[in-house]
Design a binder for this molecule. Sequence first.
Ligand SMILES: CC(C)(COP(=O)(O)OP(=O)(O)OC[C@H]1O[C@@H](n2cnc3c(N)ncnc32)[C@H](O)[C@@H]1OP(=O)(O)O)[C@@H](O)C(=O)NCCC(=O)NCCS
Length: 209
Amino acid sequence: MGRQCLVPDFPGGDMLSPMGKIIPPVVASGSMTGDGPPVIDIDDAVRLRAWRADDAGVVVDAFADPDIQRWHFRRYDTEREALDWIEATWRDWRAERAATWAVVWTDTDEVAGRVTVYTALEDGHGEVSYWMLPQFRRRGIASRACTAATRWAHALGLHRIQLEHSVENDASEHVALRCRFHEEGVRRGATMHADGWHDMRQYAHLATD
Ligand SMILES: CC(C)(COP(=O)(O)OP(=O)(O)OC[C@H]1O[C@@H](n2cnc3c(N)ncnc32)[C@H](O)[C@@H]1OP(=O)(O)O)[C@@H](O)C(=O)NCCC(=O)NCCS
């Protein structure tokens, strides 16, 4: 799925039977309904929609970008591989593990990027992740998409949305701060990248923020 950060409690829930638990699930299973994540019109210009099979070429282009490869640890060289990625987004929605949207221009439906909220319904947690195609960067699109996806997650009932990036990823840091995530610290040597272990800066946005 191109997920960047592997915070230990994702995907959520433990493997034990719910019998004996004294705290009910924060969000009931069955809350992520329908065939895929809902269309969200962020403003007049930008929309979030589910990925479609005919977006496969854009996914190949995205993962050819060195920055997306660097921070998301993978590449897809063929449309068949990209379609596998798209189909995984559909499976993750049906399994209530993640909502992944294409970020598109509303008037042309051209894909500018991707935003995901990984969901741990029982725990009431989420984690947001994003990339933008190079030609669409520095126009505030990632910030708007991340904010909209976070709002959607809180509206679903998730209390805490996490975000994490390498301390070397300045662009992602700016997005996190622009989206009013609160910094919570740095996990040292937390995630293996192509050039070795990186310290990872953590943030969260609470429903009450
Ligand atoms: C990170 C990324 C999604 C940002 O997308 P974007 O659409 O350019 O971000 P925005 O336009 O919303 O910019 C938000 C802020 O980041 C700043 N910013 C964007 N790119 C930056 C860069 N390369 N260096 C420093 N600041 C940057 C913007 O100036 C803006 O700052 P401001 O709030 O002070 O005005 C994009 O650079 C990207 O796809 N990078 C490769 C993949 C990646 O890093 N994914 C995130 C992994 S955690």
